[in-house]
Ligand binder design. Sequence first.
Ligand code: NDP
Length: 435
Amino acid sequence: IERNGHEPEFIQAVQEVAETVIPYIAKQEIYNGKNILLRMVEPERAITFRVAWVDDTGEIQVNRGYRIQMNSAIGPYKGGLRFHPTVNMSILKFLAFEQVFKNSLTTLPMGGGKGGSDFDPKGKSDGEVMRFCQSFMSELYRHIGPNTDVPAGDIGVGGREIGFLYGTYKRLRNEFTGVLTGKGLSWGGSLIRPEATGYGAVYFAKNMLETQGKDLKGKTVLVSGSGNVAQYATEKATQLGAKVITLSDSSGYILDEEGIDATKLAYVMDLKNVKRGRISEYVKKYPKSKYFEGKTPWHEKCDLAFPCATQNELNGEDAKSLISNGCICVSEGANMPSTPDAIAAFHKAKILFAPGKASNAGGVATSGLEMSQNSLRLNWTREEVDSKLQKIMSDIHESCIKFGTQKDGYVDYVKGANIAGFVKVADAMLAHGVV
Ligand code: NDP
């Protein structure tokens, strides 16, 4: 806290891990006196750089670029790039720290990292986004590589941005390698990667519900966000028989009590991914639905909730409202969307609650599968990748059960995910000596 007190999101993420991992370390002889957690909270490397670019009016704009290379004990740094005006060192260090544990949980050989910029893609032309990406990569390229650091997408970085970034990397390095994931299918991408985070969060919820002999059929579901993760969580939950009734963006949320079926979801995908519009436009297309400006969806009645927008979007009051309205399961698609108060409320009520580092790990896991396919120079089928994704989500669920089951049988998935993620990285760090 002395060293990082000015970074609230980072402190929040570390505290959540420390509360569960420190009591575990205290009981394990091999970790005693090794200051492993102290080493884990310090990034191996944190890079910031100037990103200058020219906008459509000819004016020169300047943004700040970042890459946090947090931990490479079990593999090359791996984690997304976020383009959003709120991006700063605290946000990226929290994300990079979470990523270390998440990547360890996937069972694949990936270290943890995160990066991005305070650039806001909203309202920018394709040309402006391209020039920004070219400038960003003209510095980042010297710090990354297929065996060093493999970035991916996150908020504000989707297929379009990965394309511009990859084109610049390829040109500067004169090599065609799997240095980014989330690539297009014709140039090294993997089937199921766009779907993987949202699908994975739903598969994880399915695994949790099965422990109580339940499934998704007929369940009413709240989803927040309307970006990549929210869209595919909605698709998979609907395919498994649930009815998704909300979506949101940073301006407000829509409620469609009839359910957001495949046709309506196709409209949302076109609205958000192609037209880059706002979710409020949904009510013009589907007048029976309602729009609530400046609100989040957590006060609606539901069985399941998937927060898929951003950090700290679900607070203690929201959690109490979900619980009193009958919600039995929360599976985080976003990173750290629930505040510590909200998590405490879920645990007190003993409802099923999965932290993002477990339930949204399907995205990075499938990025790992994209890296494997790039190295093999082979493409796996949709079915092959989807079945590997389901197996990984079920293995992560098992790890959480192993380390998180309490004396009364309640599974603390936060504790389970933190300890399972910690053990693999800590053991590798011990083997590598004091580095
Ligand atoms: P997108 O950019 O595709 O979508 C983000 C969504 O969240 C948009 O609807 C956006 O609304 C909303 N949002 C962003 N910031 C805020 C805010 N401050 N308040 C309310 N809503 C907000 O990003 P993704 O879907 O990829 O990412 C969503 C979350 O999932 C993030 O936490 C990300 O870190 C996490 N995640 C993503 C993975 C992936 O594979 N993409 C993997 C693992 C985790 P608006 O359009 O108004 O900005």
